[in-house]
Design a protein around this ligand. Structure first.
Ligand code: UGA
Length: 436
């Protein structure tokens, strides 16, 4: 490949992008300020869990095309620079914290060669790209800036990068589009739809997509609340409405709601930005989406109390699942861990199991108890909460677990377990949005 790429910020998004671009044949230099992360990645080891990415990374490091460094001057040879740093929620409000994005662009600016293209991939408030482009016109007039939002899902990161369902590029001129077309040529050749947009639209596409997904989840969780009040079953309702192709059956899994490093902070940052733009009313509904989402956590706690007692101090609760979704070790804004921590704060003894997320969970909530093994986790439990739908939990045999617990009560917070199987084995089985 005739283009050399740099990837600035080697967290989830950056490490995935760097390894995937290397697998397309490009020379890629990844830069990150964290020396430990850089050391691990340079050895071909992944600092987080993502199916398939570990193998790809190790393979690409061996080719010699992919290298990592903490030295920003190493980007000097690159033609295209992907900015993949985080944009977390600010500590003092709903808005996104742009410190890392601004710093990343400022750090590489002195090393940009003639004709270099800086390509933002981070999720940013609309207007950021335009203002960064203006700043770059001062600090590095030889370079240009484009925005190329990322839609990868954790657990499917490699697949979503190499075979995405669309490529969206926000550009200010034809040249920037041509360069990005050269980068993504093998992906475009697969028939991937290519959408050229202006800078603000490209930024908006990303937050609009995540807001829509969050809305779908909160919609079905609102239906779950109504089903509980009316004596209905939200899983049947979701299946039935999902057959209408205009609605679709994906992202209608009712339960304890959405978490992670993206959906919650993105809808909040979007609301904050809309308010700055004078369009607050247009996104007021997202406030309700957020509220429905957080209420789902409380509803599980209410069921626990109604099953055990208002006073939880004498009870042991086993929590299956700590990560915000299966096939990930990410516990950022995890509904499962939030519920576990709230129950513990209410006096219960809480023991958490997770196939991949125990260490990250322990860092966040060191006072919770953790167990590496399901049998030990549920031993003498008064109640089991199923909060992250790992395959391992669906494959549990409830008749074997029965003798281990004190009370055979399980609450399925993800509507993912086989209710009949558990009931036939003598368990009291609750699920959100199912009254029967
Ligand atoms: C999300 C988007 O799906 C990606 O397209 C986007 O690129 C990414 O954010 C990002 O902005 O980087 P991700 O955070 O990996 O991806 O997680 P999702 O698969 O969207 O799941 C989010 C949460 O919603 C999880 O906690 C999941 O358990 C929950 N969820 C999902 C439900 O409660 N019900 C559903 O039906 C689907």
């Amino acid at each position: 490949m005739d283009l050399t790429l740099s990837v600035v910020g080697c967290g989830y998004l950056g490490a995935t992008h760097a390894a995937c671009m290397s697998s397309l044949g490009f020379s890629v230099i990844g830069v990150d300020t964290d020396p430990d992360k850089v050391a691990m990645l340079s050895r071909g080891e992944l600092p987080f869990y993502e199916p398939g990415l570990d193998t790809l990374l190790a393979q690409e490091i061996k080719t010699g095309r992919l290298t990592f460094t903490t030295d920003f001057s190493a980007v000097a040879d690159a033609d295209v620079h992907f900015v993949c740093v985080g944009t977390p929620q600010s500590k003092d409000g709903l808005a996104a914290d742009l410190t890392y994005v601004k710093a990343a662009v400022a750090e590489i600016a002195p090393y940009l060669k003639e004709g270099a293209l800086v390509v933002g991939k981070s999720t940013v408030p609309v207007g950021t790209a335009q203002s960064l482009r203006q700043e770059l016109a001062q600090s590095a007039p030889q370079a240009d800036l484009a925005w190329n939002p990322e839609f990868l899902r954790e657990g499917f990161a490699v697949e979503d990068t190499l075979t995405p369902n669309r490529l969206v590029v926000g550009v200010a001129n034809d040249r920037a589009e041509e360069i990005l077309k050269r980068v993504y040529e093998p992906v475009i050749a697969l028939g991937t739809p290519w959408i050229r947009a202006d800078l603000p639209t490209a930024e908006l596409v990303k937050v609009a997509a995540n807001s829509f997904l969050a809305t779908k989840i909160s919609f079905i969780n609102a239906m779950a609340e109504v089903c509980e009040a009316a004596g209905g079953d939200v899983t049947v309702l979701a299946k039935a409405i999902g057959y209408d192709p205009r609605i679709g059956n994906r992202f209608l899994q009712a339960g304890i709601g959405f978490g992670g490093g993206c959906l919650p902070k993105d809808i909040r940052a979007f609301m904050a930005r809309a308010e700055e733009l004078g369009a607050k009313q247009a996104l007021e509904f997202l406030r309700e989406i957020d509220a429905i989402n957080l209420r789902a956590r409380q509803r599980v706690i209410d069921v626990v109390r109604s099953e055990l007692s208002e006073d939880l101090t004498q009870y042991k609760i086993a929590v299956l699942g700590a990560t915000f979704k299966p096939d990930s070790d990410d516990v950022r804004d995890s509904p499962a861990l939030d519920i576990a921590a709230q129950l513990q704060a209410a006096g219960a003894t809480v023991v958490v199991h997770d196939p991949k997320g125990i260490e990250p969970a322990r860092k966040r909530f060191p006072n919770l108890q953790y167990s590496e093994n399901v049998a030990e986790c549920i031993k003498a439990a008064d109640l089991i909460l199923h909060l992250t739908e790992w395959r391992e939990y669906r494959e549990l045999d409830p008749s074997l677990l029965g003798p281990l617990v004190k009370n055979k009560i399980i609450i399925d917070g993800r509507n993912a377990l086989d209710r009949d199987l558990w009931r036939n084995a003598g368990w009291k089985f609750h699920a959100l949005g199912r009254t029967d």
